[in-house]
Design a protein around this ligand. Structure first.
Ligand code: IPM
Ligand code: MN
Length: 354
């Protein structure tokens, strides 16, 4: 059988607790499907930074480049000033590894409660393709007259032709591979951000010509939020910039039942990709064994899908569906009616019994 080398970055807060359960699922599915997984752990995160001052040493980054994939828990520590670890570690990994796509599925599984009245699993099943290396996240800008009453803070959105085009092409290709409605919606703000989204719109229209089998649509980001709540069944694949993608995927996580199940993939189609639960480090729950590990399990599922271990990924999804339908009362931390490790054990059990 095949063998994969996976770098594991459990990270901060509850990251290690959920990653442990994700790895249980990975080991279980590897045993059933007959492939091998070599895991190497990296202690990057808030604790290491506070102890040593290291955020992402060059040597570690060089090692990370050699893996088949990376599994990340969460980054963010209450004793570290906001921005240091987020920008220095999470965004730095995305940028340095050129993971230019952030792929975030929004799926309501049967048995999961959504805050959307009258919406059912068949109504909530779409994927957000978020640009992951540019836009407002590029870090361009600065202060004028800092500290004075006339201070100006400038934060610029960088949109390159190359960056926008590779993201849009990925979205069209992804939409074609996906067995669904085959419609790609560009989410932007062409009525106000008339430089950035003029470029996005032009590239989108141009590339669309090469995909006559895929329907296209456009929605402003504010309207996208409204429709995600009112008519989520309208969406199949949404492509958008970094900032809008960040915002609408938290909304997406809520309509799919909560952060407890939301996962994402930071994809470099020709490099090393990184998979993560998107809920954050949730420091107040650290060590309590109450956080939902299913988002980390779903991250492992996405990782296997990316490694083209499709039957293994499908098996994990089946186990997730079984657990949410039968074993837990809610997806939310502390309200599952089960502990973190019990949920992970059930997933592994269902995989092994399949
Ligand atoms: C996410 C997170 C990050 C982001 C933060 C932690 C930098 O919110 O993965 O969505 O904004 O991309
Ligand atoms: Mn976010």
């Amino acid at each position: 059988g095949k063998a994969y080398r996976i770098a594991v970055i459990p990270g901060d807060g509850t990251g290690p607790e959920v990653v442990r359960e994700g790895l249980k699922a990975l080991d279980a599915v590897a045993a059933v499907k007959g492939f091998k997984v070599e895991k190497v752990h990296y202690d990057l995160g808030g604790e290491r930074y506070l102890k040593t001052g290291d955020i992402l040493p060059q040597g570690v980054l060089d090692e990370l480049r050699t893996f088949d994939a990376i599994l990340l828990g969460a980054i963010g520590h209450p004793d570290v000033k906001p921005g240091i670890l987020e920008k220095g570690l999470l965004l730095e990994l995305r940028f340095q590894l050129d993971q230019y796509i952030n792929l975030r599925p929004v799926i309501l599984y049967p048995g999961v409660e959504t805050p959307l009245k009258d919406k059912r699993p068949e109504d909530i099943d779409f994927v957000v393709v978020r640009e992951n290396t540019e836009g407002l996240y590029a870090g361009s800008g600065g202060f004028l007259r800092k500290g004075t009453p006339h201070e100006v803070a400038i934060q610029e959105s960088i949109n390159t032709r190359v960056g926008v085009e590779r993201c849009i092409r990925f979205a069209f290709d992804f939409c074609r591979r996906r067995n669904a409605g085959k419609k790609l919606t560009l989410c932007g703000k062409t009525n106000v951000l008339t430089y950035a989204f003029d470029l996005w719109q032009r590239v989108f229209n141009e590339v669309a010509g090469e995909y006559p089998d895929i329907g296209t649509d456009y929605a402003h980001v504010d309207a996208t939020c409204m429709w995600m709540v009112k008519n989520p069944e309208w969406f199949d694949v949404i492509v958008t910039d970094n900032m809008f993608g960040d915002i609408i995927t938290d909304l997406g996580a809520m309509i799919q039942g909560g952060m407890g199940i939301a996962a994402g993939g930071n994809i470099n189609p020709s490099g090393v990709s990184m998979f993560e639960p998107i809920g954050g480090s949730a420091p107040k729950y650290t060590g309590q064994n109450v956080i939902n590990p299913l988002a980390a399990v779903a991250a492992v599922q996405m990782m296997l899908d990316h490694l083209e271990e499709r039957p293994a990924a499908a098996l994990i999804e089946k186990a997730i569906k079984k657990v949410v339908a039968r074993d837990i009362k809610s997806l939310s931390a502390g309200r599952m009616g089960r502990s973190t490790s019990e949920v992970g054990d059930l997933v592994a059990e269902y995989i092994a019994g399949a």
